[in-house]
Design a protein. Structure first.
Length: 470
């Protein structure tokens, strides 16, 4: 059964019209699944995204105050010199990770050019734009899109698997690394070296599931479902597709985190690209991708599950949840709740890939740098919202054409990409400051602020991960 006919009670006859909310809610779901762009599901303009963002920040502040205590939390929250140092440190990491930045930007341009060429002659984009502007002035639409974009400052970093050319290149690199023998600097094989390829099997899982996910994306586009998840296969796809999506997102996010981590430790410059270093951050990187974009995987799961449910479910509480999730503000609300744990993304860079280590490390980060974390997240959301709103306000001045809405979404992502990279870099920096330091037996434990000012753990350029001292 085709996905579009699998939601009859939600978007029956969802054609553009002056009083048809089903068309707007379906458009919002398509934009989120197709380009990670949150959009209002309502016909009238609304700043619900702003309130969801503020609610998420308020929840994070309450959590930090509970862990740190009010005095220390607010001292960090209003530490202006400290925030300026964090901004500078984050920018320096990005500058030193120039290889990763150039790769991401290059593949982003390539992917955007290909996507625009596919929709240039289709009239659906023009219809979508007219639908959005029918009940909104340009300024209202720009402000609405900006407030929703603030909920996803890491959308262009945690959702890199949407970039099909980059995903293909990554899968090929992992496969090549999995079949090549590990070698020392002298060129001889390393006996018993199981980094990434052996033991855990994450290397095989990444290239194998990644290849299957690429095939799924190609089949979905050929079947006429380039935006919404395609589910006309087996029942198990309901779970397998979100899991595969989270795995490939997690691996590419792990690559970004590994590059940012190494950029802050290697003063001699970037070393040789090692695809097995990101593998060493699995499966914690999958958890990081999930907390950065929870609505991405929940929406995919609910869409595919709803395609298999009987229509009688729509009259139950489960049906009410599905309508809220897919046709209401569920996407934005879940992203707002995800702000409570999004700082875990930076912690993953300093783990050996264990989920428990990431969770424990995030608690340690909240205790040591919680106020700075809240301030950095607020700054990232503000910058993402303002730049995205500016992109829509400028691009949508053009006459309504099939490519204009897609171009506005793409330019908004171009402007938010540097903010996403800085956000991830700042989280990695804060996580490094919160790492425990080794102390001699019988010595007095130092406060967390003193630990943060000490030298970072020693990093071996040939090691796939940094192990924090205990």
């Amino acid at each position: 059964m085709d996905l579009m006919t699998g939601l009859p009670l939600l978007w029956a006859q969802a054609q553009p019209g002056p009083a048809n909310p089903s068309a707007i809610s379906l458009l919002a779901l398509r934009r989120w699944c197709g380009s990670l762009t949150l959009s209002s599901p309502q016909s009238a303009p609304d700043l619900h995204g702003l309130w969801a963002f503020l609610a998420g920040l308020a929840g994070l502040i309450a959590l930090v105050v509970t862990i740190q205590g009010p005095a220390r939390a607010f001292r960090q929250l209003f530490d202006i010199p400290g925030h300026l140092r964090l901004v500078r440190s984050g920018i320096l990491r990005i500058r030193h990770a120039s290889r990763m930045v150039a790769t991401v930007i290059g593949f982003m341009v390539l992917s955007w050019t290909g996507a625009q060429s596919l929709v240039f002659s289709h009239d659906s984009g023009r219809t979508d734009l007219i639908l959005l502007l029918r009940s909104r002035a340009l300024g209202e639409l720009a402000a609405e899109q900006g407030s929703l974009a603030a909920l996803t400052p890491l959308r262009d970093v945690a959702g890199l698997a949407d970039n099909l050319p980059l995903l293909i290149a990554a899968v090929l690199l992992i496969f090549r690394a999995s079949i090549e023998p590990q070698r020392t600097e002298a060129g001889t094989s390393v006996a018993g070296d199981d980094r990434g390829r052996g033991g855990s099997g994450w290397t095989t899982a990444c290239w194998g599931i990644g290849a299957l996910y690429i095939l799924y994306r190609v089949v979905a586009r050929a079947a006429g479902s380039p935006e919404l998840p395609y589910g006309s296969c087996l029942i198990v796809e309901t779970v397998l597709i979100p899991v595969a999506m989270a795995l490939v997102d997690g691996f590419l996010l792990a690559w970004v985190l590994a590059e940012l981590r190494n950029a802050g430790l290697d003063a001699s410059g970037e070393g040789r690209l090692d695809p097995l270093q990101p593998i060493a951050l699995m499966p914690a990187a999958i958890l990081a991708a999930a907390v950065a974009l929870p609505s991405r995987y929940i929406a995919t799961l609910v869409i595919l599950a709803n395609d298999r449910l009987p229509t009688s479910v729509q009259a139950t509480r489960l049906g009410a949840y599905i309508r809220w999730q897919l046709g209401g503000w569920g996407l934005a609300d879940i992203q707002g709740a995800g702000l409570l744990a999004v700082g875990l993304v930076g912690v993953v860079a300093w783990t050996r890939g264990g989920v428990r280590d990431a969770v424990v490390g995030y608690g340690r980060m909240l205790a040591a740098e919680g106020g700075h974390l809240v301030a950095s997240l607020a700054l990232a959301g503000l910058a993402t919202g303002v730049l995205s709103a500016a992109a829509y306000a400028v691009v949508l001045l053009l006459p309504a054409q099939s490519w204009v809405l897609g171009a506005a979404d793409s330019y908004a992502h171009f402007l938010s990409l540097p903010i996403g990279l800085w956000t991830a870099s700042a989280f990695v920096e804060l996580a490094q400051r919160s790492l425990p330091t080794a102390a001699a037996a019988g010595s007095t434990t130092q406060p967390a602020e003193v630990h943060a000012r000490q030298d970072p753990p020693v990093h071996d350029a040939h090691s796939p991960v940094v192990a924090p001292a205990s």
